[in-house]
Design a protein around this ligand. Structure first.
Ligand code: GAR
Length: 210
C-alpha cells in the first residue's frame, strides 16, 4: 500500500475528490495517510478531519523562506513514511529538497493544459483570468510529476474543457475542476499507487490495466 500525503493551502476540492475516490475503492493500492496544510484554518483540514485523516499545519508564515518550509515538510513526510506526495491546490513553490527526497513521486494538478498558462504567477483563479484574456476556446487541466522547474515536470494526464461564451474566471474554474481536475487527479494517483507509471525523459508511460 502506498501511503499518500496531500499538500493543500485552501478549500481542498481536489482533496475531496481524492477522498471520494478512496471511499469508492478507486485509489487502488493507495491510502491517504495525511493532509498537510500551509495555512492554519484552511477548509481542506476540515475535510480531512471529517474523513478521519490526520491533518498537520506547516504554515508558510512560521518559516523565513520557502526552503525552510520545504525542509520542514520533507522531515514530516519522512516521519509519516509517505511514498507519494500530491500537491492539490498547494500555493507555494517548493525548493529542490522536496524533489531530491521524492524523485518522480510528487504529483501536481494544474488548472490549464501545460505548457499553456503555467509557471511562476499562474495559480488558482489567475490561470483562468489569463486564459479568458487570451481568448482561448479550449483549456483544461494537467497532472504532472514535479521537478525543479515550476509546472515543468513530465505530464501524466491531461483533459480538455471548452471555454463557453459569457464565462467568467469563476465559471471557467468550476467547469475545469468538475470536468477535468476531479477526474484526472484521482486517476493519476491510482495509476501511481499501482506502479503503472514510468518516466522516460519527458514522457510518462502508462502501463495498460483494467
Ligand atoms: C485548483 O484549481 C488547482 O488546480 C489550483 O488551485 C485550485 C485549488 O483548489 N492549483 C494551482 O493553480 C497550482 N498551480 P482546491 O483547493 O479546491 O483543490
Amino acid at each position: 500500500m502506498t501511503r499518500i500525503a496531500v499538500l493543500v493551502s485552501g478549500g481542498g476540492t481536489n482533496l475531496q475528490a481524492l477522498i471520494d475516490a478512496q471511499t469508492r475503492g478507486e485509489l487502488k493500492n493507495g491510502v491517504i495517510a495525511a493532509v498537510l496544510s500551509s495555512k492554519a484554518g484552511a477548509y481542506a483540514l476540515e475535510r480531512a478531519q471529517k474523513a478521519g485523516i490526520p491533518g498537520y499545519v506547516v504554515a508558510r508564515k512560521d518559516y523565513d523562506s520557502n526552503r525552510a518550509m520545504t525542509q520542514a515538510l520533507v522531515a514530516r513526510l519522512k516521519e509519516l513514511d509517505i511514498g507519494l506526495v500530491v500537491l492539490a491546490g498547494f500555493m507555494h513553490i517548493l525548493t529542490e529538497e522536496m524533489v531530491e527526497a521524492y524523485p518522480n513521486a510528487i504529483l501536481n494538478v494544474h488548472p490549464a493544459l501545460i505548457p499553456s498558462f503555467c509557471g511562476a504567477g499562474y495559480y488558482g483563479l489567475h490561470v483562468h483570468e489569463k486564459a479568458l484574456a487570451y481568448g482561448v476556446k479550449v483549456t483544461g487541466a494537467t497532472v504532472h510529476f514535479v521537478n525543479e522547474e515550476p509546472d515543468g515536470g513530465p505530464i501524466v494526464l491531461q483533459k480538455a474543457v471548452d471555454v463557453l461564451p459569457g464565462d467568467t474566471p469563476e465559471t471557467l474554474q468550476r467547469r475545469v475542476m468538475e470536468q477535468a481536475e476531479w477526474v484526472i487527479l484521482p486517476r493519476a494517483v491510482s495509476l501511481f499507487c499501482q506502479g503503472r507509471l514510468s518516466v522516460e525523459g519527458r514522457t510518462v508511460l502508462i502501463q495498460e490495466g483494467e
